[in-house]
Design a protein around this ligand. Sequence first.
Ligand code: FMN
Length: 198
Amino acid sequence: MAKVKIAVIIGTTRATRFADKPAKWIADIASQRDDLTVEVLDLRNFPMPFFDEVASNAWVPSQNEVAQRWQKKVAEFDGYIFVTAEYNRGVPAVLKNALDYAYPEWNRKPVAFVGYGSVGAARSIEQLRLIAIELQMAPTRTGVHIQGADFMAVWKGEKQIAELSYLHQNTTDMLDQLVWWTNALKTARERPVTSAAA
Ligand SMILES: Cc1cc2nc3c(=O)[nH]c(=O)nc-3n(C[C@H](O)[C@H](O)[C@H](O)COP(=O)(O)O)c2cc1C
């Protein structure tokens, strides 16, 4: 089966962000697999204003040029890995804004999650799973959570993410689930439309 195209989306943009470490770590692991290709998308390269269109691009084409570029980029992929922090127990605003700036491009595609923070961004990731439903995405059951003292140790440079052995099985399971859903949904999307529900 052909390799599926997966984007790793870095969900924070602040100058001193931690996000680069987990994004590089998961992209390196994913790129060693023979069933997917991976590209890292950095929201810093898509500096969109807070949502300022007349409607979602589900209904009205966006006017903002960066938003148009973002939508084209998102459309290139069959599945996604969101790398996310947790800001006040929620999704970082820049990631939510980027999600809002596309719609058909996300539809009927799967998404997996790598989180970091005191509880491995578990609360942010649960919120992302709810958002994914409205975006007509399939969130994977398994996420990867870099958490607590381990998160702090990596943040301080005292440990590498690769040393956190409890992440290994979850990472494999999550990527297996992502590839399964990506192939299933890609096949379904490419099938000729035969019913009103499609
Ligand atoms: C505005 C703000 C709110 C935060 N709220 C939480 C939180 O609710 N839970 C948590 O685990 N960490 C929280 N943190 C700490 C982050 O986990 C930590 O700063 C992390 O490095 C943020 O990701 P980033 O470096 O990629 O921006 C918060 C950080 C910021 C800046």
